[in-house]
Structures are given as C-alpha cells and as structure tokens.
Design a protein around this ligand. Structure first.
Ligand SMILES: Nc1ncnc2c1ncn2[C@@H]1O[C@H](COP(=O)(O)OP(=O)(O)OP(=O)(O)O)[C@@H](O)[C@H]1O
Ligand SMILES: [Mg+2]
Length: 504
C-alpha cells in the first residue's frame, strides 16, 4: 500500500530561523500518526506547509498526495486536495454564528444567494453527528473555548477530508469533550481518513496512535510504531536527553500571610442570581504554592478573576494583601496592590501578537521599569532579555514579534511579563497548557524558585499531577464551593478527585 501523503525533505526558513530542515513524513489511509516534539520543534510549521498556509515556493522539498506533487498556493487549494487542518490557535470568527463559521466561504447557495435554511440544516446535522448539543445559530463568541474547538472539528468534517490535521486539539477540552473527540476520530479512522495529530499530552498520543514521528530542532528524529515506543523513550527523543522527575523537590519556608480572601462570591454574568463562586475563603503565605483543583466549570478561573478585578459579572467579598484590606475593581488596581496574573487564554488576555517580546514583557510592569512617564526602550530591552534567558525563551532577540513564537514560548513570554512586575502574589491559570515536557520542567523549577524567593503563588491547573507535584497545599472547588483542603502529604489523586466531584 502506498502512503496517501508523503512530505519529502521539507525545509522552511524564516528570517534568522531555520524552522524545518529536511523533514520527511508520511501518512497512510486510515492511519493515526502523531507528530511530537518540543516547543519550537517545527510541528505547526510543517503542517502549515502541508495546508498551503505557506504556499508552494516559500518552502523547499515536495509534498506528494496520492502520488502527485502538489503546489498549493492557498488553504483552499489544499482543501480541494482533501486536506483539512485544525489550527493550534482557534481561528473561528467570533461574531459569526456556528453555522456560518462551519460553511464560511462554502455556503450553500443558488445564483449567488445563500440558502440559509439549508446551511443551518446541514450544520445542525453535522453537530448532531458529533453529539454536540450546540445550536448552529449561536454566535461562536458565546461558546466556551472547548466547544469552539469542537466546532472547528465539525468544520473540518464538513469538508469530507481524507487527511485531517489536528494541532493541539485537546488543550482546552474537558475530559468528556476529549472522549467525544476521540470517538469521532476513531469513526473517521474506520472510514479511512488519515490523521496527523499534534499533542504534548503523551497519554493521548499513545492511546490513539499507530505511528509516532518525533521532530527536534526542525529535523525528523525518527518515525516508529507506537507499540515499539514508550513515553520515556519518546520524551528522550524529543528532548535529546533523559528527563527524570519533572517536579522539583520542594521544601518551602513560609513567611507571613501574603493574601487573604474572605467570603468571596462571584455571580454569573447572564444570571445574576447564580453564584459561580460561592462564599470561598482562603489565604496563602509568602513562599507558599497553593494549588487549586476542580473540574471544568468549578469556578476556579472565576475565583482568580474576581480577586484580580477582572471578573465581568458582580462579585463580593474581602481581599487583604499583607494583612491590609484592599479594594480592587480593575486589573490595574490589582497590579498596584502586588498581584500578578498569568491567564489561561493567552491569545485573548495575555499577548499582543503583533508586538515584539520586549513590549509584551514590559507592558504590565512598564511604570516600574521606566519611571512614571518616560519609557526607556534600552532598559526595557535589557529587562526583557534577562527574563527571556531565565525562562529559556527560544527566540533570536527581545525584538522578535510574539506572534511568530511557538505556542509554548508564547506562554513563557506571558510568565516573564508578570515576573517583571515584581508581584507579591502571582496567580497562574493553567500555566503549562500547550507546553512540552522539557519546557514544563523549566517552568516548574522557575515556579519553585519564585516561591523560595518568598513569592506567594496560587495556581489553577486541570492537570492533577501538576497540582500534586508542585503545591504545598491544595484547595478543591466543586460547583463554586470549597469542598476540600489538603496538605502536600495528604493530597492524593483519589482524595482530590472525590472532592472535585462533590463526593467528599
Ligand atoms: N511566522 C514566523 N516567523 C518567524 N519565525 C517563525 C514563524 N513561525 C514559526 N517560527 C519559528 O519556527 C520555529 C518552529 O515553530 P513552530 O510553531 O512550528 O513550533 P511547534 O513545534 O509547533 O511548537 P509548539 O509546540 O510550541 O506549538 C520556532 O523557532 C518559531 O519561533
Ligand atoms: Mg505549534
């Protein structure tokens, strides 16, 4: 059997960066082929050459589909050849409805007039096939990130692709959404669709893959049957070295209470009677890492956002920083009071993609670095360069545009930005989403170092091993209420999950 796709010696250069250096990759009908590698290894770039985002002529090597060399000039061209791609960063138009997004540019029409009822019928059918209880007339902006991701998949399916590329599709999905997705993918596999799956979640990679290809620094390290590999082997191939325990051995000395929260309530934006955070009180000491666990929708992000003055709905309660009551009605007041916040949705809240790393990093701490009104670009550059080095951001210089960084390196820039504000308390919401193992280890040791220096850290994460591995203490939320509190020694996956599901 011949492969349906062959990528031969693909090279791609950006100014000063050789992103791909002779990569080979192939895919068979009905195959699930995972593509893994560290942040910046070239995975997304490779898929952008395949899908015509980088047109023929801007990369070297050949893309062969069904035995024919293809010269795609646009994404449309690759779609015609049966390639559908779900990008790492969501690309739906928030203002349009779900149905409009699914058929964007391919609306059913007659004599140039769009047949709306047909469009919505077709969209409803697709969503139904996927078991997604979403009304196709809902504006996409009203959906959560997880549901938006599933709409992207519905869109790809509507193109009846032979080759489906999924770049980090589960980063923002709940466990049950991931299961839904995998069921769909298994169905597609049985219909002969070949899938290229990019993920940093190696459990998923091993659950689903026939073969695994590892990229490192723009080169293919190798392709093997998943059955012949183990997680540790894959990690070693990705990183180029053995990675031991990724969590630092923590022993933190606690100081005084840095932050105390009393009776915090946050109310639903659309339904002001509904509490998303229900009378939560807690405190965190200097030098302590406090983990907050809970299922999706438990109110974890809402809790942090309310304290930070970023919650759009109503919120009530008291916040004390270093024992003094403070009134925080906006993020800038939170920053003034010494609170920093690495948010979960870096595209929406965290980064200016068109701006250089320097400006992104120095934005929140601008006043501190530059004096009240004058900005000192050179001081900023130095500060940004320092943060880049300590976080090992992979980029040529502080002037590199943030949008050109790989996903994981963008996350490091967001972290760096908050560190330059010298906070007393740092909130981290899903700090390692989309980040490779090697970089995770670096971020964990950075968090550990910050705690040792006396910073109080409050971390929300859906990855239980991360919460358990890093936290000195774990709080658990269930439906907005605090349902568990465990010290490092008491916290086990079973106890935390029981509290998170309300079975405590
Ligand atoms: N548009 C661009 N301009 C300049 N450099 C780029 C651009 N896109 C990617 N790069 C660089 O190419 C390299 C590969 O990036 P790519 O996004 O393919 O990595 P990745 O393997 O997908 O990483 P991640 O796991 O973080 O998503 C990185 O060094 C990145 O900074
Ligand atoms: Mg990527």
């Amino acid at each position: 059997m011949n492969p349906i796709l062959e990528m031969r010696a693909i090279t791609k250069e950006f100014p000063g960066v050789k992103a791909l250096d002779g990569v080979t990759f192939d895919l068979y009908e009905g195959e699930f082929h995972s593509l893994v590698g560290e942040n910046g290894a070239g995975k997304s770039t490779l898929m952008k050459t395949l899908s015509g985002v980088y047109p023929y002529g801007t990369y070297g090597g050949d893309i062969v589909i069904d035995g024919e060399i293809r010269q795609f000039k646009t994404i449309r061209d690759s779609e015609h050849a049966g390639v559908a791609i779900i990008f790492q960063e969501l690309s739906l138009v928030k203002e349009l409805t779900v149905g409009e997004n699914i058929f964007l540019g391919r609306e059913p029409s007659k004599f140039g007039i769009i047949n709306w009822s047909e469009l919505y019928q077709k969209a409803a059918k697709l969503l139904q096939d996927l078991n997604l209880p979403i009304d196709p007339r809902t504006p996409v902006g009203n959906l959560g990130i997880g549901q938006q991701q599933l709409v992207e998949i519905a869109k790809a399916l509507s193109q009846s692709a032979k080759i489906l590329v999924l770049d980090e599709p589960t980063a923002a999905l709940t466990e049950s959404e991931v299961e839904t997705l995998f069921e769909i993918l298994r169905k597609l596999k049985s219909r002969g669709v070949g899938m290229i799956y990019i993920s940093h979640k190696l459990d998923e990679v091993f659950e689903m893959s026939d073969r695994i290809t590892v990229l490192r620094d723009g080169k293919t390290v190798g392709t093997q049957n998943a059955g012949d590999l183990t997680k540790d082997k894959v990690i070693a191939l990705m990183v180029g070295r053995e990675v031991g325990d990724i969590f630092p051995k923590t022993s933190h000395e606690f100081g005084d209470t840095a932050l105390e929260v009393r009776n915090l309530n946050a109310f639903d934006l659309d339904n002001p009677d509904k509490k998303l955070v229900d009378n939560v009180s807690f405190s965190v000491k200097k030098g302590e890492v406090l983990g907050i666990s809970g299922l999706m929708g438990a109110g974890r992000s809402e809790l942090l956002m309310s304290i930070f003055g970023a919650w759009q709905g109503k919120s009530t309660g008291e916040v004390l920083v270093e024992g003094k009551q403070v009134s925080i009605n906006s993020p800038s007041e939170a920053i003034k009071n010494g609170i920093g916040f690495v948010t979960e949705d870096r595209k929406r809240f965290g980064l200016l993609l068109e701006q250089p790393i320097r400006d992104n990093m120095t934005l929140a701490g601008l006043k501190k670095i530059s004096g009240a009104f004058v900005t000192h670009l050179s001081k900023e550059t130095v500060a940004a360069r320092g943060a880049m080095q300590s976080l090992k951001v992979k980029a040529n210089s502080p002037l590199t545009v943030a949008g050109t960084l790989s996903g994981g390196n963008q996350q490091k820039v967001v972290l760096g930005k908050w560190l330059l504000t010298n906070p007393k308390v740092l909130f981290l919401d899903e700090p390692t989403r989309g980040i490779d193992v090697g970089a995770k280890q670096e971020i964990y040791s950075e968090i550990n170092k910050l705690a040792k220096e006396g910073l109080a850290i409050v971390m929300v994460s859906s990855e239980l091993p991360e919460v358990l591995g890093l936290s000195d203490r774990v709080l658990v939320l269930h439906e907005g209420k605090l349902t568990g509190e465990f010290s490092k020694n008491e916290a086990t996956p079973e106890k935390v999950m029981a509290a998170a599901t309300g079975n405590h």
